[in-house]
Design a protein around this ligand. Sequence first.
Ligand SMILES: [Zn+2]
Length: 324
Amino acid sequence: MGRYAFGVDVGGTNIECGIVRPEGTPIWRSRVRTEPRKGNEHVMALIAGQVREGLRETGIPAEDVLAVGVGMPGLVEPLRGVSIRSTNLFFRDYPVAAKLMELTGLPVYIENDVKLYVYGESCYGAGRGYRHVLGLTLGTGLAAALVNDGRLYNGSGCPGEIGHIPIDEIPYPCGCGLTGCLETAVSATGLVRQAVSALADGSGDHADSLLAKLYPDLGQLTAKDISDAYDQGDALAVAIMERSGRLLGRTLSYIVPMVSPDVILVGGGAAQAGDRLLGPAKETLYASIMPVYRENLAFVTGELGSDAGVLGSAKWAFDRSAGE
Ligand SMILES: [Zn+2]
């Protein structure tokens, strides 16, 4: 009888893997470069290679591994085990579970990576102890997932694409075909886009911004640079963080009354902006919802880092193996 699950979090840059005990303790971890341009088969071979490597290094026999759980970016069909479309990767209607089963000889269960990240944080990280978790990942994009009474909420297939809620005051076109999607402003790339657009408007309004002085080549600018400029009191950086936080808080105020979560959990790379961004988000949110929703509403940031997706994927593998 298997005592472990293998958790895999597939990102555009890295694939994170781990062998995990049922209580959520990783006993082996690895990270390999995804190299998505080498193709789907290459990505599948990398994952299968990590499964073999993990078993070899730990000496765990394959029959002690119940299943492999895989978090895939983009749209997935968990029941068929198919990646329908993936951001940053090139999967189109690709049978991830069947292919990995063939390569590893183990049962494989896939889900959306944001859901499994939030599931990991909910079960083992900053969301522990809360029954109803609204989790966000704020990275190159913005997405959400819900854990309702300890279980992932699935809706009719892909709940949580809140980064594509259109907001009137955002002028940017989005890759999804809409204009003004929240994530075109509120994400790591969105923060940079706002800075570049303010500095490039030709009015000279921000000519004295640190961002203009330090980064004459705006192509190099990152969200971290905006955080650093914020810490030095740069007016443009402060305005961008406050505006983005306000837009996020306002959007959350539309979601919270419907969902009534116990906690809002924010993770992902851009969450490192911390209170610079999340301060105004919280302030706007709390000022825009009825007391019944805010009285017991906590607001936390993820604490597991790159382990969250691995642990969530492994938990998903345990759940599905148990028929849940
Ligand atoms: Zn969009």
